[in-house]
Every structure is written in C-alpha cells, then in structure tokens.
Design a binder for this molecule. Structure first.
Ligand SMILES: Nc1ncnc2c1ncn2[C@@H]1O[C@H](COP(=O)(O)OP(=O)(O)OP(=O)(O)O)[C@@H](O)[C@H]1O
Ligand SMILES: [Mg+2]
Length: 366
C-alpha cells in the first residue's frame, strides 16, 4: 500500500530545465521524509507538484490516499503547506492572519480564536500579535506562516525549507513543534539544505540533485555511505600542508581535501574523539603547528562529494563547481536563490489548504 505521500516518475520541465527528472517518493503515514538538496535541485518543484500547485508533465502522485492529478481539490482538503516564502497578508495583524485561516477552514469563531492564541504563544509571537504583519521581521513572518499552516492540523503537511531564516532558538522551537506534530500522527515532507536538520527531524532522507533522487536512506545509512565523521585541521604554516596532509591520510578513510584560502585539510574518519587526540599528538610530534582542529559530522556537501564526486552545484545552475575528489571548494549551499513566486498562495476558497487559482476548482497552473 502506498504511503501517505507517494510519487512515481514525476517529471516537470520549464523550457530547457528539467526541474524534476523522474522522482519517486514514498512516505509512510506518521513519518517524516527530508528532501535534501542544494539550490535548484528541484525541491520546491516537487513540493508544488505534490500540493497541486503545479501539474507535472509525467508521473503519478497520491497524497492522503487521493490521486493528485485526478482529484486535486480533494487533496487540498487533507494537506497543509508552508511554502519557501511566507504567505501572510501584510495588512492584517498576526492574530487576524491566523484567525482568518481558521475561518477559511470553517472553524467556529471561538475555536479559530483559541487556536490562533495557542499558536501565537507557541511561536513566540504573542507580543507582536496585534501589529500588522508588514512590520514583522523576516523570522517573525516565517514563524507566522508556519503557524498558519498548522491552524487546522492537517494529516499531511509539506514544509519547504521551514527553518531557513530562523535564529537558533526559533529553529529549535520549530523542531520541537514538528516533532510533536509527528508524534500526533501527522505525515510530513520537509525540504532542507541542511543534513543536520534532516538528521534531526526525518525518519528517511531523499537526496535530490538535478531533479533526481540520487540517494535515499536513514541519516545513519547516508552517513555510512559518506564515510562517517570528518577531521578538519587548519594548518598554521602553508609550507607544511603537504606534510600535514600525509599525516591525516594515515588516519583517514578516504581522500583528503584541501581548501586553499582557509588552509583547511579535511579527511573522513571513524574513531571519534580518541582519534582526534592521536592526530593532534602525531602533528605535534612532527612540529606541525595548527590553528584549529575539529571533529565534525558530515554536511550536505560531504554527502554530495561522496555520492557524485563533486560538490553541490551553486544555485543548481551550471553543474559542478569544480571541487572534485582531492581538492578545493566547500561549494554550494550558501546563497539562497530565487524560486517560483506563486507557491505562496494559501487557501482562499475554504476548501482546504493551498489553492493555485482560488475558486476555479481543480484548475492547474503550469
Ligand atoms: N516557474 C519556473 N520557471 C522556470 N524555471 C523554474 C521555475 N521553477 C523552478 N525552475 C527551475 O527548476 C529548477 C528547480 O527549481 P526548484 O525551485 O525546484 O529548486 P529548489 O531545490 O527548491 O532550490 P532552492 O534550494 O533554491 O529553493 C531550477 O533550475 C529552477 O531555476
Ligand atoms: Mg526551493
């Protein structure tokens, strides 16, 4: 039986760009799938197809037991969406925004008010609740948008980069909210550029690049494929890089990479903190001075390098950024790119969650 979110061979092209190139997904009910990928990988496009905002060129999708292509209206009744860009009405206050969503979903006035108050509290917006949203900071808008997506507790939720732009405290807070939701039986697909976030929240992770799922598994499985942890050493003296590299190679379980401008060597290892001490002793014994040393978990970039042999492409355009195997760039998940504009629309017709063309029934945007 397909899961609460199921997709098979989804294809979506925009002119020359194959944003989705045959994506298969299966998310069992009550679990979280993390869709992990760099800018331009196709994450938002996948979310838009699954939430009926965009009609795929080919493939099949079933959400909450309903065929997405055949019955988009019905799907909209069972899902909630928090898009990549906040979809709040700037000229309403935070409280009004949330109450409006409740009313659109046919909640009674009292219930909508209670739910709005609860969510404002939950997302630390109570103090700003009666200010118009136009005056909110970016992080406040994002939190309000997420709160709006949670007003009706839909059984299937989609969150497109929910924590981008949140400070650490609010990010943690949102992680808690998400974990509670899932404990209550909600099925969630969330997109992220951070392995750490997928690691923390997702039961399963699908790594996407250029519109394809290039790897899937649990966080531990992906990390095992990526080669476990990394030791990073910043060598004080550029002249000694070669020697330091040879030392690290002796401890490593894969190729050493070198980042020129930071004088940083990185090598995949297993053996944790004990090994770190050994590396330090060995470098010290050879009189190689270091400015910094750290043991860290793999990042999205490490996953990419080990899966594809290149770092994640910047903005998804133009392929690899040249960091292959041995040397160079930490590459790609820095600057946030643009994305489609109209994935922000939330329900306007009271039928359910996101609606592309309010009131026109199952009409699809292209
Ligand atoms: N409406 C559109 N018209 C033309 N091209 C588009 C459109 N929407 C997306 N694309 C292209 O499709 C590809 C995938 O974009 P998408 O927004 O799905 O990526 P993403 O993984 O969400 O990236 P990000 O991390 O930057 O949000 C990109 O090359 C993008 O430029
Ligand atoms: Mg996106």
């Amino acid at each position: 039986m397909p899961g609460a979110i199921y997709a098979e061979g989804l294809v979506k092209t925009f002119g020359e760009v194959r944003a989705l190139d045959g994506v298969d997904l299966d998310v069992p009910q009550g679990t979280v799938l993390g869709l992990l990928g760099p800018n331009g990988a196709g994450k938002t496009t996948a979310v838009r197809c699954l939430t009926t905002l965009l009609r795929p060129d080919a493939g099949r999708a079933v959400v909450a037991g309903v065929d997405v292509l055949r019955h988009p209206d019905e799907v909209r009744r069972s899902i909630g969406l928090s898009g990549q860009f906040a979809a709040v009405d700037e000229y309403l206050t935070g409280r009004e925004n949330l109450r409006m969503v409740g009313r659109l979903y046919q909640m009674g006035g009292r219930e909508a008010k209670a739910r709005a108050d609860e969510l404002l509290d939950r997302f630390h917006l109570a103090d700003a609740a009666d200010r118009i949203t136009k005056t909110y900071s970016g992080g406040m808008r994002r939190r309000l948008d997420l709160a709006a997506a949670l007003v009706v507790r839909p059984p299937v939720m989609f969150m497109d980069e929910p924590t981008t732009g949140l400070d650490p405290r609010n990010r943690q807070q949102l992680w808690d909210v998400i974990q509670e939701l899932v404990a209550g039986g909600t099925t969630l697909l969330l997109t992220t550029q951070y392995l750490e976030e997928a690691d923390h929240l997702a039961h399963d992770i699908a790594v996407v690049d250029h519109g394809r799922v290039i790897a899937r598994g649990t966080s531990d499985q992906l990390k095992a494929r990526t080669g476990g942890e990394r030791v990073e050493v910043v060598v004080h003296d550029r002249e000694r890089i070669g020697e330091a590299r040879a030392v690290l190679a002796g401890f490593g379980e894969g190729g050493t990479t070198y980042e020129e401008h930071t004088r940083k060597l990185t090598v995949p290892v297993s053996g944790g903190a004990r090994l770190l001490a050994e590396v330090i002793r060995e470098l010290d014994a050879r009189g190689i001075e270091i400015d910094d040393i750290a043991l860290r978990r793999p990042t999205l970039d490490d996953v990419f390098i080990s899966l594809t042999g290149h770092a994640a492409a910047l903005n998804g355009e133009g392929g690899a950024n040249g960091a292959s195997g041995g040397s160079g760039g930490s590459g790609g998940n820095g600057g946030k790119a643009e994305a489609g504009a109209d994935d922000r629309t939330r329900t306007a017709d009271g039928t359910g969650a996101p609606v592309p063309d309010a009131g026109t029934g199952g009409k699809w945007s292209q």
